[in-house]
Design a protein around this ligand. Structure first.
Ligand SMILES: CC(=O)SCCNC(=O)CCNC(=O)[C@H](O)C(C)(C)COP(=O)(O)OP(=O)(O)OC[C@H]1O[C@@H](n2cnc3c(N)ncnc32)[C@H](O)[C@@H]1OP(=O)(O)O
Length: 505
């Protein structure tokens, strides 16, 4: 089996994401996790000369790496700038440089304004100097992909030159993310065949959303290593994402292997999300919040029947769990899956009612989570037990500055309809005052409200529902009623309606 070396460049190319800057401590923590938990083969942690902060970060990482035997896996991007980058490396303690050179005539002529011969001479000097100081070299051919399209003679002249140099690897970047999968294959293949003794890394960018397809084709063509970033961070549309690349190699390319630990990919993704502040889209493969959530009732039903809707991407591989969303597309099977996890069993009739309630909430765009389920169940079962003879048909509640809150309501008691309005200290108080007036007309009194408690189920982890529990005193006996709704006032009115029906029994 062919071993593919994984070089993670989250801390260098990933940090080139607009608006992202890791602190030195964050860089150290990520470097440690990447090398010891995720077990990538190498990490690129910075560009030389960038800043004082970057220098401190590199120094911290190299100190740790030296003590723990990882120094040879820690790389820094450097420039063809005589002694400048090398001196920076020496002071920071880094020992592997990824030398950025020009991989297309276009960049060479317009940016460095040099001939190929002059560029090669400069490169040779830098590599020799580095070697004399104990620094080993990998060489990036920047804009290599366009070079292969527009100036292949130059690229091959350059690669011929590199065969004469004491370097470890040649790094082939699709700097502008312009390659198609077919080109990734044919360009890498032509190079690997011509230089069988050289190690080539492929470095994709995601401008056309083709980075993973390109990575696959480069590996199929014989690339020996890949450059990836956690969450696909990187300049513009980013780099090829580590988690997706690892899953694709594992599932579609059995002829290759890597040293990366799949189970660690989700946790590193979350940590990088936190440190970078760059939110992971919910639908991002492997690491997005939604990618292991079945929302459709039919899919949940199929999972029950021989795992019909599973693919190779089992969440447990990545340290995650499958979940079943609750909303308007939930069917019974979805809800049963959630109930099973909570250890709750319901009769068929009750399950149907709970399902109906969840669909209603979903229709109102409320997001229902598993945490809400026990509340919904107890509300549905509680409401079931009561035969509703008294109904609050309509109401208007007002709240305005410097005016007393008021309420107008229409209530059906048995077959009679009553309408009243009243003011109060708050909207609910006004509602109760109007209700009292209706009951006075009928020559009845209402229980005394002794406690009124509002809570968001599960301490605020979900905001779909609000529960109001009202304690009443009726003929010296206390009882409680509960109302559940996404709106706090409505939940209180539901609790009150329950009370009206209980006292009429
Ligand atoms: C593929 C990639 O992602 S490459 C990413 C490389 N990393 C970075 O660019 C890190 C961030 N960059 C920086 O902090 C700065 O650009 C520095 C510190 C590297 C250089 O800063 P400055 O000296 O202010 O130069 P500035 O950024 O304006 O311009 C870049 C210079 O480097 C030159 N240059 C471009 N590529 C190279 C190279 N591979 N080797 C040497 N010099 C290069 C340019 O021609 C330009 O030189 P000029 O000013 O003589 O025309």
């Amino acid at each position: 089996m062919r071993y593919i070396e994984i070089m993670d460049t989250t801390l260098r190319d990933g940090e080139q994401t607009s608006g992202v800057s890791f602190s030195a401590s964050e860089k150290l923590a990520l470097a440690q996790l990447l090398l010891t938990d995720v077990k990538v083969d190498r990490i690129e942690i910075a560009s030389a000369r960038v800043s004082e902060g970057e220098f401190r970060a590199v120094k911290k990482i190299t100190n740790w790496a030296k003590e723990n035997g990882f120094l040879d896996k820690v790389e820094v991007l450097t420039f063809v700038d005589g002694e400048a980058s090398i001196n920076w490396m020496l002071e920071s303690g880094a020992t592997v440089m990824n030398l950025l050179t020009k991989g297309s005539m276009n960049h060479l002529v317009h940016q460095l304004k040099k001939t190929p011969e002059a560029h090669f001479e400069d490169i040779q000097k830098v590599i020799a100097l580095a070697q004399s100081k104990g620094i080993s070299a990998n060489v990036y051919l920047e804009d290599w992909s366009n070079g292969m399209r527009n100036s292949p003679e130059y690229v091959f002249q350059f690669l011929d030159f590199l065969t004469t140099q004491p370097i470890r690897r040649v790094l082939l970047p699709d700097t502008l993310g312009v390659l198609t999968p077919a080109e990734s294959y044919s360009f890498v293949k032509s190079i690997v065949e011509r230089y069988p003794n050289q190690h080539f890394d492929f470095h994709a960018h995601n401008d056309y959303d083709l980075s993973i397809a390109n990575v696959m084709e480069a590996v199929r063509a014989g690339a020996h290593g890949l450059h990836l970033t956690v969450n696909g961070m990187g300049e513009r549309a980013g780099n090829a994402p580590l988690a997706s690349a690892i899953a694709v190699l594992k599932d579609f390319m059995p002829e290759v292997t890597t040293g990366v630990v799949e189970e660690s990919l989700y946790s590193i993704s979350k940590i990088v999300e936190t440190f970078s502040g760059l939110r992971i889209p919910a639908n991002k493969p492997i690491v997005g919040d939604n990618v292991f959530t079945q929302t459709a009732g039919i899919h949940a039903d199929g999972d029950k029947k021989n795992n019909l809707y599973f693919n190779e991407l089992m969440p447990e591989r990545f340290g995650r769990k499958r979940s079943y969303a609750l909303g308007k597309t939930s069917g019974k099977a979805n809800i049963e899956n959630n109930l099973r996890e909570l250890g709750i069993k319901l009769a068929d009739e009750d399950l149907k009612k709970v399902t109906q309630r969840i669909i209603e909430l979903g229709d109102r765009k409320e997001v229902v989570t598993q945490d809400d389920l026990p509340y919904i169940i107890s509300d549905v079962l509680d409401t079931n037990a009561i035969e509703y003879k008294i109904e609050v048909l309509n109401y208007v509640l007002t709240h305005s500055k410097d005016l007393k809150p008021s309420a107008t309501l229409k209530v059906k008691i048995e077959d009679e309809v009553f309408e009243e309005n009243a003011q109060g200290d708050g909207q609910y108080d006004a509602f109760m005052n109007a209700l009292k007036k209706i009951y006075e007309v009928k020559g009845k009194t209402l229980p005394q409200l002794t406690d009124y408690a509002v809570r968001i189920p599960t301490g605020g982890r979900t905001d779909a529902l609000c529960e109001t529990i009202i304690t009443w005193n009726w003929n010296n006996k206390e009882f409680k009623t509960r109302g559940l709704d996404s709106d706090q006032t409505v939940s209180a009115i539901k609790a009150t309606q329950k009370m009206l029906n209980l006292i009429s029994l």
